[in-house]
Each structure stands twice: as C-alpha cells, then as structure tokens.
Design a protein around this ligand. Structure first.
Ligand SMILES: Cc1cc2nc3c(=O)[nH]c(=O)nc-3n(C[C@H](O)[C@H](O)[C@H](O)COP(=O)(O)OP(=O)(O)OC[C@H]3O[C@@H](n4cnc5c(N)ncnc54)[C@H](O)[C@@H]3O)c2cc1C
Length: 309
C-alpha cells in the first residue's frame, strides 16, 4: 500500500439524502422524480477548491464562505465534482425541453424495444389558460371554464383514440418503432438523467425561471429540492447569487443613476435609451425598458428577483 496521493476524506454522504434515495416525488398527473444516487456534497466542492487554493485557506475562509466565494466569482469546476443521478418520468413535451440541456447524460426508455404505457398528461383545468399577451411563449389569464374543459375533453379523447390506434397497430404486427408514431406529445416517457452540480445549477437557473414552461418548472423545482438536501450550502449560495441575484446592464445602470438623481422611471428610461413606447406612441409590452421597470418593481416589492423552492 503506497501513500495516498491527496489528503483523503471519508466518502461523502448526507444521511438526509440517503433516506430519499429511491423515493418517488410525484410531478404532474403520472410523472415523478427519483434521486437514484449522488456523488459528493458540499464537502467535495470544498475539497476540490482547496487543491487549487492550497493549504492555509481554511484560516482565511470557512467552508461556507469558500463555497459562496466560488459561486460568486464563477469558479465553477469544484461544483463539477458533485454528480446527481435521477430517474425521471415525464411527458414527451417536457422531455423535449429538458433534453436540450446537453451536458446531462441521458438513457431513455426505448419505445422501439418496449411498449409505451397508456399514460398521458391531462392538465388540470386551472392550467389550461389563455395565451399570454406579453410573453409569446407563455400562458396568461384564466379562460372561461367551458373553454378549458373543452380543450381537456379533446385532449382526453384524442389521446385515448391514439393509444387505441397504437394497440391496433401492435396487434396487426406493425413494429413498435413505427407504431409509436401515432402517440402524441402528452404521452409519458422515462429516463435516467445524470448531471454534475455546475451544469445542474445552470439548468435550474433556466428552468426555474418564470419564463420557462410551467410543467417543466415543476420538474425543475422537484429536482432543486433534492439538490438542496445533498448540497445545502451550495444551493443556498445559488439562490442568493444566481436565482435571487439581479444583473444590471450598462444602460440600466445609467437609468438607475438617473433615478437616484430624482428622475421618474419613465424619464430615467428615456435618458438611458431604454425604450418604453413604440414608434406609433403605444406602450411596449416587452423589451429592455419594460424589463428594467420589472426589475425596479421587484426591488420595490421586496419579492426578490427569482423563484425559491
Ligand atoms: C425559457 C426558454 C425558452 C426557450 N425557447 C426555445 C425555443 O423557442 N427554441 C429552441 O430551439 N430552444 C429554446 N430553448 C432552449 C435553449 O435555447 C437552450 O438550448 C437550452 O436552454 C439549453 O441551454 P444551454 O445550451 O445553456 O444548456 P446545456 O446544453 O446544458 O449546456 C450548458 C452550457 O455548456 C456550453 N455548451 C454546451 N454545448 C455547447 C456547444 N455545442 N457549443 C458551445 N457551448 C456549449 C454552453 O456554455 C452552455 O450554456 C429555450 C430555453 C428556455 C429556458
């Protein structure tokens, strides 16, 4: 037995997280998130960082301070030392968004190899809302209940008909890889999803954001709750500096200076070149000026600038 190459520490484990391993956390009508395994915790981040900063840093910064420093200054690789593996059951329309996060390793249920289960997502009536007037990608006001219910009835009927066609195709000998073409986006798939903490926090910053689709946000929120158990200090720093942090672009800083000098928000935006009205004089619904006013509102209301889970 030779000397250990680096200072050894016991294999990190978090008893609260160990108790959650294998537990199904329901999301949407038939989905769930399961923490299958994890490697590392807050201590693993600190251990990696102290290799680069060298001995003696302990006296300068405690572990919590070090993790917060690393996150604030985007010293990201120590966060890559922590890994998470999840089993996730999710509708295909949510999977299509989550698969875009290329830094995760994914192993998905094969609908070429196995028969797809008869499970589709049927959003509750309160989730079937009007197209947002401001956000072209999002939902807005409630619809009359009859309109929401009519959509749900159509979705339910079409999904059942599609599954019946899928079964007929399988029975008549059509290959599974071809028969699946009749199944709509609301059907569920399942995958293992493994990702390191750095890229997972990037995923959460995008998919917990109010601009992300609500259903995808619910998966992100469930994942975030599990991440917080494994790495409470890193997650707290992420909430503080990333989720709840506020960035100000150059023109926004000019507008803020004008505000501090006593100008109205509208005058400050005009001075900074942040547009609030169109050429025809109508107020803008979106854009840099509107987003700056939203930041001001968040500051005024004290609601923070990002979601918490
Ligand atoms: C609210 C919202 C709306 C969206 N709307 C659309 C849409 O309408 N249409 C659409 O197609 N997509 C859309 N997306 C997906 C989006 O464009 C990104 O593909 C997705 O969020 C993944 O982000 P990412 O590339 O940063 O993450 P990851 O793929 O996890 O990558 C993490 C980071 O790794 C680096 N990286 C990874 N791969 C490469 C590479 N090949 N080259 C260079 N750097 C790389 C980048 O720094 C990247 O930020 C939307 C996403 C959100 C959150």
């Amino acid at each position: 037995m030779g000397e250990p190459a680096a200072p050894m520490m016991p294999r990190p484990s978090v008893p609260e997280a160990d108790r959650l391993l294998g537990v199904k956390h329901p999301v949407l009508s038939h989905g769930y998130v399961v923490l299958v395994d994890y490697m590392g915790n807050d201590a693993a981040i600190v251990q990696a960082a102290r290799v680069s900063y060298g001995a003696g840093t302990r006296s300068v910064r405690d572990d919590r301070g070090l993790i917060r420093y690393l996150l604030r200054h985007r010293h990201t690789t120590p966060f890559e030392m922590v890994e998470f593996k999840f089993l996730i059951r999710l509708p295909i329309y949510v999977a299509r968004q989550i698969i875009r996060h290329r830094t995760a390793s994914v192993n998905e249920h094969s609908a070429r190899y196995s028969v797809m289960p008869d499970e589709f997502d049927l959003p509750p009536v309160e989730d079937v809302r009007r197209q947002s007037a401001r956000n072209r990608q999002g939902r807005g006001e409630a619809l009359p209940v009859e309109a929401s219910e009519a959509f749900r009835t159509d979705l339910d009927r079409i999904s059942r008909e599609a599954y019946a066609a899928y079964e007929r195709a399988l029975e008549s000998g059509v290959a599974r890889e071809t028969a699946r073409l009749v199944l709509p986006l609301a059907y569920y798939t399942e995958w293992y999803w493994k990702v390191d903490l750095h890229n997972l926090l990037h995923f959460l910053s995008l998919r917990l954001d109010p601009h992300a689709q609500e259903e995808t946000r619910r998966y992100a929120a469930e994942i975030a709750r599990l991440v917080r158990v494994v790495c409470p200090v890193a997650y707290e720093a992420f909430e503080e500096f990333t989720l709840q942090g506020l960035t100000l672009a150059r023109r926004e800083q000019v507008a803020l200076q004008a505000l501090l000098a006593g100008r109205t928000p509208e005058a400050a935006c005009a001075e900074a070149g942040l547009p609030l009205t169109r050429e025809d004089g109508r107020p803008m619904q979106s854009g840099e000026g509107v987003e700056f006013l939203e930041k001001l509102e968040r500051l005024r209301s004290g609601s923070g600038s990002g979601p918490t889970v």
